[in-house]
Write a protein that binds this ligand. Sequence first.
Ligand code: FAD
Ligand code: NAI
Length: 469
Amino acid sequence: MAEHDYDLIVIGAGPGGYVAAIRAAQLGLKTACVESRETLGGTCLNVGCIPSKALLHASEMYHEAQSGSLAKFGIDFKGVSLNLDQMHAEKVKAVSELTGGIEFLFKKNKVDWLKGRAAFTSANSIDVAGKNYTAKNIMVATGSSVTPLPGVEIDQKVIVDSTGALALPKVPKHMVVIGGGVIGLELGSVWLRLGAQVTVVEYLDQILPGMDGEVRKEAAKIFKKQGFNLRMGTKVTGATVKGGMATLTVEPSAGGASETIEADCVLVAIGRRPNTDGLGLEKAGLAVNARGQIEIGHDFQTNVPGIYAIGDVCPGPMLAHKAEDEGIAAAEFVAGLTGIVNHDVIPGVVYTYPEIASVGLTEEEAKEHASASGSEIKVGKFPMMANSRAKTNRTTDGFVKVIADAKTDRVLGVHIIASIAGSMIAEAAVAMEFGATSEDIAYTCHAHPTHAEALKEAAMAVTGKPIHM
Ligand code: FAD
Ligand code: NAI
């Protein structure tokens, strides 16, 4: 009889956990994955990436048809109306097709789905729904959930988190978004396009913390033009709800006179925190750091040998593709191979219109690194306004920025605001992964007419001059 029930038990079936479980099974390990949700796929598939992108796409099409912006192309719409129930139904269909797909993949790869909440009972055993399971290795992939804001209680009716904001039964008149980060701007965009007035209250003096400074400024300019009311340097100190309306008390972050804002919908989007409550970490000898994250080594092992952790529950950007890549690499380590994730080259995309995408160092970070090591940087920029395809499509907002080391010309970071920045950034990530110089990108033939030519021209601008500017 085998010493353990499984070679590997993964806790959590989000993009980190389900991918790790499938990879481990492909490598011949007897694998189970525990998930307490009714469907697989975690935050990303159920209440994150997928439903948000479904609504972003649908609301963009509605806005294009309804606003008359297609008239210049000779496309006239009359009597455009919103069927919000149908928009939600199509989103739910996309989600259930994808979550069902993971269930199919589990069956195909012979991954057992243990249904229920897992809690450690020792370093190599867990309890799920009253049953104990043992495993040679256990991987924590429990993800993250919304950070609450004291004094602003989420009721999922008037005051919602991202999950509530993905399923509002009607378009709010005035939505206040607390937090000008990725969720606030993506979901704020959805409801703005569907007709809401949207105010974003951001604690810092700029939106999109962590992104390149120039990108943050340009993005704010574009969002204001679209109709977002951006209240930077402002904090919410409390909220009361009465008769379907919220009254928020806000004041300058630096202190000062307070005022109130009325809204029929408030979205709290001030960040996410790792899920470790009720996991019984202490029974396994696991600890969390000051931010509640599980620390890991290069092989994704925690302080307890045989226990691994990946994804949002660990330090690093809270992104689905980061979780997935960590899942693959960690499963490979469990199987005795060497898994690799280059944490310096993880792209990030904000799926607003235009999209905002980045990979590598921001200009501020690159300057800081350079001054610490006695080197310098060079920056090449190219506006989408001068890109022929963007001009043809009338999608000229934004720019491409390439940052390279002044001496070696190696690309250190790429930042893009463009209608399809999320697709364009993949090329920059591949280039950086291969250690490309800006010259490598500049001398690579890019198809014409494409938005990608703007990356080539920004790379040309690093050492010399682009052609079309
Ligand atoms: P999760 O996806 O959070 O999955 C963890 C799973 O573990 C959950 O299903 C949970 O139920 C389960 N679980 C937790 N504890 C237990 C337990 N004790 N027992 C059993 N099961 C347990 N990222 C992107 O890259 N692109 C995007 O476009 C994007 N959009 C997003 C939009 C929104 C609105 C949100 C909220 C997030 C978005 N993200 C996006 C972030 C992305 O969803 C996360 O980074 C990603 O899901 C993390 O994957 P994970 O596997 O670490 O955890
Ligand atoms: P975030 O960290 O992106 O933004 C939170 C914002 O709230 C910050 O700008 C912060 O300064 C502000 N803030 C914090 N406390 C505040 C307060 N009291 N009052 C006002 N503002 C306050 O977090 P967000 O948007 O909640 O997203 C969580 C995570 O989900 C992100 O880390 C992101 O990686 C992931 N995500 C990724 C997406 C993507 O890849 N497209 C889409 C959505 C989410």
